[in-house]
Design a protein around this ligand. Structure first.
Ligand code: XLS
Ligand code: NI
Ligand code: NI
Length: 435
């Protein structure tokens, strides 16, 4: 039985279409820079928002209508939901999905019971993947909802909580491997602190690194070759999250000798909470060779919460696509809509409207980014801005071959250095010409 009986497969109808259930810009097989849109964008839908988010807020109950869901935590209900999710993926035309262990399968009274539930659901996910060709972009473990993780999982002051988390991660990696996941994400959940008055930060960070090293060892042991990601977020739920932004994550990975094993999964709303643009976060990661995947959402500018909205800002998606194309595109990663409908968009059809909005906004961002690249003026400007470094002395400085005294000898007797305009407004205008 269909969960969305009135909705057929969403098709591309072009920019002039008035059909709300059609793509205006996302045309999966259309080539951009010689590559199909769907391969540039690699869209994924997050099980936790799409299937499990009731659309509640701190002041009110859930509003989402889910006629297919009996509202219980039974295994039968969980199995049934999987079918609904795959019907959604088929109709919206998204090839990938992401999940947390506890979103797809109910937590049992014991870890053994929870693991058995997860295995039962993995079997269902596996068979739907086989029959539909849909793929798992990444899996993850929910190490933040249960009360035991209230003061952290890998960074809990309690050894037994750490052990519980380790066991849960082990199982979640196993299941991700079984489902052919192309990656596995570690989002810090409650890995951070509420107050330093009760916190041994050094010890907590050492423990977090220890867990990640164990995960690397386990991955190798079972032959899982998916990519590991860390997802930075500065705050919420904790006051300070250890994985606060790209730079902090890279520093952590380098300090604990984990750089070879991890890339970053960057989320737009988290960048915003950190006081950065997403472009900044992506540039920092990409320049370190560590930009892996993207949680494609956005926040409301003035709210200061992780509101996980669908991305509908064309300027934003254009900068994201520019950064991605600059690094040569995704390998294992993709654009996972870690986004939920607004509380007032509670009808099942709003799942489609919201994904269509996000997908079309990214398709436009992709096309605009390609046009900006083809135009080339912005890139040429940057190349030219640094052209003095292409001199012999520039090369020697960059190659670490000169001393302060060498530069003193070089500059003495020369004229006062000339500098040129940064032309920010010109560049912004060029950018806007393509929006
Ligand atoms: C929460 C995070 C989370 C991760 C996966 O803010 O974005 O949803 O993407 O655990
Ligand atoms: Ni996320
Ligand atoms: Ni988030």
């Amino acid at each position: 039985m269909s969960a969305f009986p009135d909705i057929s497969k969403i098709e591309y109808e072009g920019p002039d279409s008035k059909n709300l259930l059609a793509f205006k810009h996302y045309n999966p097989d259309e080539l951009v820079e010689g590559k199909a849109m769907k391969d540039h964008l690699r869209f994924a839908s997050p099980y936790w928002h799409t299937m499990r988010n009731p659309l509640s807020d701190p002041f009110g109950v859930g509003t989402a209508q889910m006629p297919w869901d009996d509202g219980t935590e039974s295994l039968e209900n969980a199995k049934h939901r999987v079918g609904v999710f795959f019907e959604f993926l088929e109709k919206i035309g998204i090839d990938y999905y992401c999940f947390h262990d506890r979103d797809v399968a109910p937590e049992g009274a014991t870890l053994t019971e929870s693991n058995a539930n997860l295995d039962a659901i993995a079997e269902v996910l596996e068979s739907y993947q086989q029959s539909t060709g849909k793929k798992l972009l990444w899996g993850t473990a929910c190490l933040f909802t249960n009360h035991r993780y209230g003061q952290g999982a890998a960074t809990s002051p309690e050894l037994d909580v750490f052990a519980y988390a380790a066991a849960q991660v082990k199982k979640a990696i196993e299941v991700t491997h079984r489902l052919g996941g192309e990656g596995y994400t570690f989002w810090g959940g409650r890995e951070g602190y509420s107050t330093l008055l009760n916190t041994n930060m050094k010890r907590e960070l050492d423990h977090l690194a220890a867990l990640l090293h164990m995960a690397v060892a386990f991955k190798q042991e079972i032959g899982f070759d998916g990519q590991f990601y860390i997802e930075p977020k500065p705050k919420e739920p904790t006051t300070h999250q250890y994985d606060s932004d790209s730079a902090a994550c890279l520093n952590f990975l380098r300090q604990y000798d984990l750089m070879d094993h991890f890339k970053l999964n960057l989320e737009t709303n988290h960048a915003e909470l950190a006081g950065h643009t997403m472009q900044h976060e992506m540039r920092v990661a990409a320049d370190a060779g560590a930009l892996g995947s993207v949680d494609a959402n956005s926040g409301t500018e003035f709210i200061g919460w992780d509101t996980d909205e669908f991305p509908t800002n064309i300027y934003g998606t254009t900068t994201i696509m520019l950064e991605l194309m600059r690094m040569g595109g995704f390998t294992t990663g993709g654009l996972n809509f870690d986004a939920k409908r607004r509380r007032d968009s509670f009808e099942p059809v709003d799942l489609f409207h919201s994904h269509i909005a996000g997908m079309d906004t990214f398709a436009r961002g992709l096309k605009i980014a390609a046009a900006i690249r083809a135009d080339g003026r912005i890139e040429e400007f940057v190349t030219d801005r640094y052209s003095s470094w292409d001199s012999e002395m520039g090369a020697r400085v960059e190659g670490g071959q000169v001393s302060l005294a060498d530069l003193e000898a070089y500059i003495i007797g020369r004229e006062e250095p000339t500098i040129r305009s940064g032309r920010q407004e010109v560049l912004e205008s060029i950018f806007n010409q393509f929006i």
